[in-house]
Design a protein around this ligand. Structure first.
Ligand code: NMX
Ligand code: MLT
Length: 461
């Protein structure tokens, strides 16, 4: 398989139109065309340069530490945390455009940054917000499909079911069926990506209202920004909750290409499954407790601790003992540890800053901070946990509980709505760069033994 890296602009799509979204699309096309040429060049000169050695241990360790995916939209530094096109979380909070009188970035702006590779202007973000609002129509059969599930179905199950039902709308699937030229794949993928981001908050809010608000109607307001409209559809109008939603949907958007949800979307998309199929697959991965479901597990863990101890503000000594009991029971301490990070997650710190500004006296939030002081030493003392520090999920739930959103089973859906931004931007890039089917090689333990017996050092497995 060799990298072709050739894309075509569809002139009939662009010519004679003066639509502002088409300007953004043209900009994306120009960036992708340039990047494809650079990659082609890079491969010509360095295609055979080894990247790194893979050890036998790594084969059994979930591929930890093996650099094997190219994702242009974000990069995770083990110490500094996530960088979106080079910008850290504190930089994004400072530099991305904000809503009027808002203090937190508009997540639409992060989508633009991931897609185009440049910070957007306020006007760019307005164009994206308006585009998302204009593409948010949901066909009736989507809601009916969700309604076919029993009410006790987990919100993530209902969310993914809705996304699968929405696949009927895929422009890429239709174009592929009609025989589209492979150089033009990126175009309907781009359209699907923007459509999907526009529609997922509606599906998420429908699930929330169905399960927790007696089927309250989606009170959407298309003049609002993406996050504020989402908050409103969930039934929240407190201006501080809108700020939280903008922060939440920004910081959860991506975490480089190797995390379970982003990697799954990338893998499934590489089979040319359309964005709806790929995103639904990624969301099934996000629904696992070692990944995105950890945010619900954290709040569940804290509620259970509070109930067991009969207090809503356990002491640090009580938290230490509860943590030790959790480990002794053979369970993980949710919200702590990470496959790549080796310091406190800057996404945790951003939420902590938010908490200190808006709710410093909230006992649930203070408990999260007390856990932060108590737990790392206990985890560190085990001697085996590589990162005893908190990740994003250790904090997010407590902020939601403060505003009254106590239905913790819904939290992973919020994570998923945000993750749509990163994985869809990445999917646009993957198709524009013409990345091939992802298909790594596997091996059996017998195969490894035979290779070792034959003198492993003589060559690759
Ligand atoms: N509590 C208890 N044990 C842990 C924890 C934890 N928080 N973190 C790691 N360990 C254990 C891990 O299970 C493994 O044990 P064993 O050797 O018995 O299999 C050992 O420590 C070494 O694991 P690491 O190499 O430090 O971590 P790994 O990269 O394998 O796993 C996580 C990363 C995130 C899966 C792991 O830290 C974990 O299970 N954390 C709790 C769940 C969580 O917060 N997940 C959310 C991650 C962020 N997200 O949103 O996706
Ligand atoms: C994420 O945001 O995807 C998580 O922190 C998990 C990861 O990066 O592996």
């Amino acid at each position: 398989m060799c990298y072709s890296g050739i894309i075509n602009i569809k002139s009939k799509e662009f010519d004679g139109k003066n639509d502002k979204m088409i300007e953004i699309k043209k900009k994306f096309y120009a960036k992708a065309e340039q990047a494809a040429a650079e990659i082609k060049d890079l491969l010509k000169t360095n295609g055979q340069t080894p990247v790194e050695m893979v050890t036998v241990s790594q084969l059994y360790q979930g591929m930890r530490g093996i650099t094997s995916i190219v994702s242009e939209v974000s990069l995770l530094d083990p110490l500094e945390g996530i960088k979106f096109r080079g910008y850290t979380i504190p930089e994004l909070r400072e530099k991305l455009p904000k809503a009027d009188q808002g203090s937190e970035p508009l997540p639409e702006g992060l989508f633009y940054l991931m897609l185009i590779g440049e910070l957007p202007t306020q006007e760019d973000v307005k164009v994206i917000s308006e585009q998302l609002a204009s593409r948010s129509e949901i066909p009736e059969h989507v809601y009916k499909t969700i309604d076919a599930l029993p009410m006790h179905a987990h919100p993530m199950t209902q969310f993914v079911t809705g996304i699968m039902a929405l696949q009927t709308e895929s422009k890429f699937a239709k174009a592929y069926g009609a025989g589209i030229n492979k150089k033009e794949y990126w175009d309907p993928i781009f359209e699907d990506a923007v459509d999907l981001i526009a529609k997922v908050p509606y599906i998420a809010a429908y699930v929330y209202n169905r399960k927790y608000r007696n089927g309250a109607p989606l009170n959407s307001d298309k003049s609002l920004d993406w996050a504020a409209n989402f908050a409103q559809m969930l039934g929240y109008s407190d201006p501080d909750f809108l700020k939280l939603m903008r922060l939440y949907l920004t910081i959860h958007a991506d975490h480089e290409g190797g995390n379970v949800s982003a990697h799954t979307v990338h893998l499934v998309g590489s089979a040319l499954s359309d964005p709806y199929l790929s995103f639904a697959a990624g969301m099934n991965g996000l629904a696992g407790p070692l990944h995105g479901l950890a945010n619900q597990e954290v709040v569940k863990w804290i509620f259970e601790m509070q109930e067991k101890l009969g207090t809503d503000l356990p002491t640090k000594e009580q938290i230490v003992q509860y943590t030790k009991d959790t480990l002794a029971a053979g369970k993980v301490v949710p919200g702590y540890g990470h496959g790549v990070l080796r310091r406190t997650d800057p996404r945790f710190l951003a939420q902590m800053e938010f908490g200190k500004e808006y709710m410093p006296d909230d006992h649930m939030v203070q408990t999260v901070w007390n856990i932060f002081e108590a737990v790392p030493d206990v985890l560190g003392a085990t001697g085996k946990i590589k990162n005893p520090w908190p990740n994003v999920d250790a904090h997010s739930g407590a902020l939601l509980v403060h505003f009254g959103m106590k239905e913790y089973e819904f939290y992973t859906v919020l994570f998923g709505v945000s993750r749509a931004l990163g994985v869809m931007a990445n999917m646009c890039w993957s198709r524009a760069l013409g990345f091939p089917l992802e298909r790594p090689k596997s091996i059996t333990t017998n195969g490894i033994k035979e290779w070792l017996a034959a003198g492993a050092e003589q060559g690759a497995i």
